[in-house]
Design a binder for this molecule. Structure first.
Ligand code: HEC
Ligand code: HEC
Length: 290
């Protein structure tokens, strides 16, 4: 009887401590936020219009290649990264993959009004303007045509690293991705990106460890949900592209994860077998004592 009472006390305090550390503390530190919205419901996107890629080609050539490279169709980057950043505050991304990486409605909304689509209008006040101009003076059909063109030239797939480079690397370095060559530094020089963002975007090498995967998905899809008023823009990736970006962060920052995940169940089976033997052993000893 005494043993049972002791067991009850131990179990009670163990459960209380566990609840305090896990469900309760976790809930206090990470209030639940809505899941990412990969349909981009709230944006002023295509509104159901179908684009004509051929018409879009001319429009993109006339409006976009002054700032953006589109290597896929022969528009090389016009200057090196530093000169581009000096001219436009940060290095504009190559648009070869944009039609694959970005949700079509988000892409249309971004072209119309980048600050609004990225939920960073709070940064562009008192004369400060987004480095990419608004194209909301164009016909909705023309915007749809440009989106259709970007989709038509996009490859069927990109590597995880390419997805990261295109969507994040103009602002963020991920230096563990390439310790030797240093090519995973941010494309935009530090002083330009700091001036534009108001602070240095952090190196992302270890964020897969310091934040949960669901946090990263929620954050990229809508940073304001987690850090109210943050300078980080909403990046309107499709669900698949966002998964690739975060998988790349895991490959760089937590390369042993797959191994660990695989080891977990084996470890539990080992404990279970071990527990059975321990119990049999205890039973044997007590049998001999009585
Ligand atoms: C004056 C230079 C300039 C022009 C012209 C321009 N852009 Fe941009 N664009 C930028 C810059 C700078 C960025 C990066 C902005 C940022 O990340 O805050 C950008 C970002 C983008 C992105 C990335 C979106 C995202 O959410 O990360 C896309 C897509 C894009 N532009 C498409 C276009 C298209 C299509 C056109 C032509 C209709 C165009 N741009 C014209 C400068 C320009
Ligand atoms: C136009 C620049 C820009 C782009 C593009 C950008 N970020 Fe950021 N990011 C920032 C800035 C600035 C911060 C710092 C925000 C703050 O502390 O308020 C930040 C912060 C972060 C953080 C830290 C959040 C935290 O909890 O502290 C993560 C994670 C992140 N970005 C991931 C990404 C990923 C993944 C991408 C690509 C899909 C990306 N960012 C694209 C500018 C950018």
């Amino acid at each position: 009887m005494r043993e049972l009472k002791i067991l009850a006390v131990v179990v009670f305090f163990t459960l209380l401590t566990y609840w305090g550390v896990e469900p309760y503390a976790h809930h206090e530190m990470h209030p639940t936020v809505e899941a990412p919205d990969y349909a981009f419901k709230g944006v002023d996107g295509l509104n159901g219009l179908d684009g004509n890629a051929k018409a879009g080609e001319t429009l993109v050539q006339n409006n976009c290649v002054a700032c953006h490279a589109i290597e896929k169709v022969g528009f090389a980057q016009s200057m090196d990264n530093a000169s581009l950043a000096a001219a436009f505050q940060l290095t504009p991304p190559d648009l070869s993959n944009a039609g694959l990486l970005y949700n079509a409605d988000y892409l249309a909304a971004f072209i119309k009004n980048p600050a609004k689509a990225t939920k960073t209008e709070h940064k562009f006040q008192d004369g400060a303007v987004h480095p990419m101009p608004n194209y909301d003076w164009m016909q909705p059909q023309e915007i749809a045509d440009m989106v259709a063109y970007l989709q038509s030239i996009a490859p069927k797939e990109v590597t995880n690293k390419e997805a990261f480079a295109n969507a994040c690397q103009r602002c963020h370095g991920i230096k563990y991705g390439d310790m030797l060559g240093g090519s995973m530094a941010a494309f935009t020089p530090d002083e330009n990106i700091k001036a534009y963002m108001g602070k240095m975007p952090p190196d992302l090498s270890q964020y897969i460890r310091s934040r949960s995967e669901s946090y990263l998905h929620e954050f990229v899809n809508d940073p304001q949900k987690h850090i109210d008023g943050t300078a980080m823009p909403r990046v309107g990736l499709t669900e698949a592209a966002e998964k690739q970006v975060i998988t790349y962060m895991a490959e760089v920052g937590d390369s042993k994860k797959a191994e660990r995940d695989e080891l977990g169940p084996k470890f539990l089976i080992y404990f279970l077998v071990f527990a059975v033997f321990a119990w049999l052993w205890k039973a044997k000893i007590w049998r001999e004592l009585h």
